[in-house]
Design a protein around this ligand. Structure first.
Ligand code: SAM
Length: 255
């Protein structure tokens, strides 16, 4: 299967199962998203106030709307039409002015640069995460921040094994994968969650040293991460042993 065909399957998955589609998203609940991210850099929600922010792969818009509620001017893109539709519905409900657009991250090209570019859980579902990262940094202003969340190649080891089983028995058929994943590996109340975890046909895995190399190549200075690490690889293996942190976030400042 070609990369382009894989990309179409990813789009198909999120068209059918927009993610995260949180059932409850009052203003108060939404603010948990921006708080969680601000904490990584040692700030509170005041950090976002008056900042221009680009979110790549915004899904159903929880983070984008949350950042806007904190006073940020947010542009958010995703290639899933149904995710953007849900993001706009949420926007209406909480009354923000986020600019949501249906666009492919890997084709995004704007003359505008932003104070902050953020992409959590999306670049590893594009067919070229490194290119997505270059697009993120390209749209970031000098002294601006790039915030990237990716699956970790070490701590996601268990899930990678599950994916091999799913691939062997269900191939790339999304519905079969979801049904089998649910049966073998556990139920979850949200269909979006099950689809994202088991129906997913394309995800790439990354590690701290790799992202530090990307930072270096794009003239980005490392600022913070979640979880924190002292010794890459060893700490990432510890995350695996502690059965946590298959997802890690790295923050850098553009020089
Ligand atoms: C796991 S969801 C993450 C959503 C949101 N960022 C969050 O953290 O909840 C991944 C999102 O990336 C989007 N995505 C994947 N590849 C994309 C691409 N090439 N261009 C635009 N969006 C993409 C999907 O449509 C999906 O909404």
């Amino acid at each position: 299967m070609s990369k382009k065909e894989n990309e179409l399957l990813v789009k198909e998955l999120y068209e059918k199962y927009p993610y995260p589609s949180r059932p409850r998203s009052s203003k108060k609940e939404l603010l948990n998203y921006s708080t969680w991210v601000a904490k990584i850099i040692g700030h509170g929600n005041e950090f976002w106030n008056k900042k221009s922010i680009l979110e790549l792969g915004c899904g159903t818009g929880e983070l984008a709307n949350s950042l806007a509620l904190c006073g940020a001017r947010v542009n958010a893109i995703d290639f899933s039409h149904s995710s953007i539709t849900k993001a706009k519905e949420l926007q209406k409900k909480v009354k923000t002015n986020v600019q949501f657009e249906e666009k492919n991250i890997l084709e995004f090209n704007s003359t505008k640069k932003f104070d902050i570019v953020i992409s959590l859980g999306a670049l590893h579902h594009t067919i070229d995460a490194r290119k997505g990262f270059a697009i993120a940094t390209k749209h970031c202003k000098k002294n601006g921040f790039v915030i990237i969340g990716l699956y970790n190649k070490y701590s996601r080891f268990r899930h990678r094994l599950r994916r091999i089983v799913l691939f062997l028995f269900a191939g790339k058929n999304i519905e079969k994968r979801i049904a089998l994943g649910k049966k073998l590996f556990g139920r979850h109340p949200s269909k979006s969650w099950l689809a994202d975890k088991y129906g997913q046909v394309h995800e790439s895995y990354h590690c701290v040293n790799e992202v530090l190399k990307w930072f270096n190549e794009e003239n980005i200075e490392f600022v913070a991460s979640k979880p924190k690490f002292a010794t890459p690889i060893i700490d990432e293996l510890k995350w695996l042993l502690k059965k946590q942190n298959a997802f890690f976030v790295m923050v850098g400042k553009k020089n």
